[in-house]
Design a protein. Structure first.
Ligand code: PLP
Length: 426
């Protein structure tokens, strides 16, 4: 189709007429499609249906613990052993919890607000304007936690090649004691799919932070969620922090939400002995132990780390064609137009689409009026505000391929229409 910006006024008006007609036809179809949340599809959930019948009458853990009863704050050792190599955290520093790693992140922030962390001298609530570094585009629910607790969010834009701007992170972390944390998805990130390099991980572990109680929230939500044969690995951050003399710097999170059941999985926290003691001391007041029956059925079903990888291959076979479809349509419809760039990841759950500056909200509005739900404009930025109004997070996992095809054709149509309207106004 060629570069939109090189079209003259007449050509733009002609194109707008064509696109408006196409859009009206699309609207008439009365569709109801959803590309908002990165949920596993029903087919993917079916891969783990065996869990529904487990653990049956075999409710005792390896050490004889009756999983039906109270206790076991650390979670079942045999489950922690399965996930220890996958999350690169020694078993004794890894705890297994209930169904959501997001709730662990929320609770850690909440506890740090109310009780000084190891190495810290003050509760975050007593700090004037505590702040977190937030690489963007990022995960909206991380940002919601900060917003809820009144923690200022400082966006970190990526470098020109789409990677973490580690220089900027180092500069800011060293500059101000009120900067207490960094949200970070190290692998196949939400939404850009980018993975941290070994060198960057080392720098995060080594960097000087003004706050002694600075924490990296290392959210390894997509550690085994490969989409290709190129299985990307990340450096073991906990070990790197220890070696750098900053053993307490990192909280590592993981979960089986996108491995088994998104609503009934198991979550994990890996961190230093001092942090663990601090955290367990607090949660011991809110629970007498996690859901060990669920943990046990996960052990029986997954068996070992290899079992997890095998299950992930089934997910990959299911997801890869959907991601390929999104890439195909974006390339076919937006390639060479200069009005869209997008990511192609080796894993994870998302595609991050940047449209013409100042048109993302309009694309999302047009799509909504044509029956396609997209993640709200600005959602990938702190406070829901993206200065350039160009980023859209696409989540292809949930709809069947045929619906995805239709939805994506609608999305690219809206991208073009919004771009033409914008270019005509200029
Ligand atoms: N972290 C990231 C980066 C995510 O993308 C998601 C879900 O989309 C979560 C955490 C949620 O994890 P959980 O289901 O374990 O709460």
């Amino acid at each position: 189709m060629g570069e939109f910006s090189s079209l003259d006024v007449d050509a733009l008006h002609g194109l707008r007429e064509e696109l408006r007609k196409e859009y009206a036809r699309f609207q008439e179809r009365g569709l109801k499609l959803d590309l908002t949340r990165g949920k596993p599809s029903a087919e993917q959930l079916d891969f783990s249906n065996e869990l529904l019948a487990l653990p049956g009458q075999e409710y005792k853990a390896a050490d004889g613990t009756d999983c039906r009863n109270y206790g076991g704050l650390h979670g079942l050792p045999e489950l922690r052993e399965i996930f220890s190599p996958l999350l690169q955290v020694p078993v004794e520093q890894l705890i297994a919890s209930d169904n959501s790693s997001l709730s662990l992140m929320h609770d850690l922030v909440m506890h740090a607000m109310l009780f000084a962390l190891p190495g810290g001298t003050a509760r975050w609530v007593d700090v004037e304007r505590p702040a977190f570094l937030c690489p963007v585009p990022g995960y909206d629910r991380h940002f919601s936690i900060c917003q809820k607790f009144g923690i200022e969010m400082i966006p970190i834009e990526p470098t020109a090649d789409g990677l973490l701007d580690i220089d900027e992170v180092e500069r800011l972390a060293a500059s101000d004691t009120r900067i207490k944390g960094l949200w970070f998805v190290p692998k196949y990130s939400n939404p850009t799919g980018v993975t941290v390099s070994e060198q960057q991980a080392e720098r995060l572990a080594r960097m000087t932070t003004a706050a002694a109680d600075f924490r990296i929230f290392w959210d390894d939500a997509y550690s085994v969620h490969h989409l290709t044969d190129h299985r990307v690995t990340v450096a073991p951050i906990l070990g790197l922090c220890e070696q750098a003399g900053h053993a307490d710097r990192v909280f590592v999170f993981g979960s089986t939400s996108k491995i088994t059941f998104a609503g009934a999985g198991v979550s994990f926290l890996g961190t230093s002995p001092a942090n663990l003691q601090w955290y367990l001391g607090h949660i011991a007041k809110r629970t007498i132990g996690p859901d060990k029956v669920n943990q046990l059925r996960h052990v029986r079903f997954l068996k070992d780390a290899e079992g997890v990888q095998k299950l992930m291959e089934r997910h990959r076979d299911n997801l890869a064609p959907k991601f390929a479809k999104v890439q195909e349509i974006l390339a076919e419809e937006l390639g060479g137009t200069g009005i869209g760039t997008w990511t192609e990841a080796y894993g994870g759950y998302f595609v991050s689409l940047d449209v013409l500056d100042g048109t993302a909200a309009e694309v999302i509005r047009l799509a909504k009026e044509a029956g396609i739900a997209l993640t709200p404009a600005g959602a990938t930025y702190p406070y829901g505000k993206e200065p350039r109004d160009r980023n859209i997070r696409l989540a292809p996992s949930f709809p069947p391929v045929a619906d995805l095809d239709t939805a994506m054709r609608g999305v690219v149509l809206c991208v073009k229409l919004a771009a033409v309207e914008k270019l005509i106004q200029r």
